[in-house]
Ligand binder design. Structure first.
Ligand SMILES: O=C(O)CCC(=O)C(=O)O
Length: 230
């Protein structure tokens, strides 16, 4: 790991690792996902039943229906876990395996309004790192193609121009022009779109959200959470 990668991660709370996994490994997983999708649609009209749910629930429902054996071992490799531990400056251990993040195509118009911004860890009074979450791109994901969004810098929002986490959460809920309102605050939106094999590592204190897949392609990502002292 290069020292500028560690510095960037500490400041921004995320780090992109382009082409970390070979394309051939991702292609095998992609084939498995598509076979599973075929199997599902032979039994029921999955798309129709998903359409009745809010867009972020569609992701949870679809991802739970698809099973890819060996997913965790193929993606959360010892090499990656070692990298994550070096980035976090201590041993981090994967918990709960690796889950698929699948979004159906054509979920609607892409927007930053009404999203489900959240963090998955409770806040630490000493503001220490609790974990690092890896987001894997199994297939290419285009901008506005449903990739996870993260708020870079939101792990140290108290020192930003926004004042407090509650002010930031209010802004995320109410803003009509989020990108403009965040300008100059030290906090910015990162869309984890990219190429098959890329990984985005995220400090779990960062606010993040599912986003709408406005593209014609199934969004194929997966995620694994690694915790300090797990
Ligand atoms: O579906 C997504 O991209 C969001 C995933 C997410 O929020 C999470 O894994 O904590």
């Amino acid at each position: 790991m290069k020292s500028d990668q560690a510095e960037f991660f500490a400041a921004q709370g995320y780090l992109r690792l382009d082409a970390f996994h070979p394309k051939s490994r991702m292609a095998a997983i992609r084939r498995n996902v598509l076979d599973e999708m075929k199997r599902l649609s032979a039994r029921t009209d999955v798309t129709k039943s998903l359409r009745q749910l809010p867009f972020f629930q569609q992701i949870g429902k679809l991802s739970a229906l698809v099973n890819v054996p060996g997913l965790h071992d193929a993606l959360a490799t010892p090499e990656l876990i070692e990298f994550i531990s070096r980035l976090g400056g201590q041993a981090l251990t994967p918990s709960q395996g690796t889950q698929l993040l699948l979004s159906p195509p054509n979920q609607g118009d892409w927007t930053l309004k009404g999203l489900n911004w959240h963090v998955d860890v409770t806040s630490d009074p000493l503001c220490r790192l609790a974990g690092i979450q890896a987001f894997f791109l199994i297939d290419d994901v285009a901008p506005r193609g449903g990739a996870t969004l993260a708020l870079a810098g939101s792990h140290r929002v108290d020192t930003s121009g926004l004042g407090s986490v509650s002010a930031l959460r209010r802004l995320l809920k109410t803003s009509d022009n989020l990108e403009r309102n965040l300008r100059g605050s030290g906090v910015s939106i990162v869309e984890m779109s990219g190429r098959a094999g890329d990984i985005c590592l995220m400090d779990m204190r960062l606010l993040h959200t599912p986003s709408i897949n406005a593209s014609k392609q199934l969004r194929m990502m997966a995620t694994c959470r690694c915790f300090v002292g797990a």
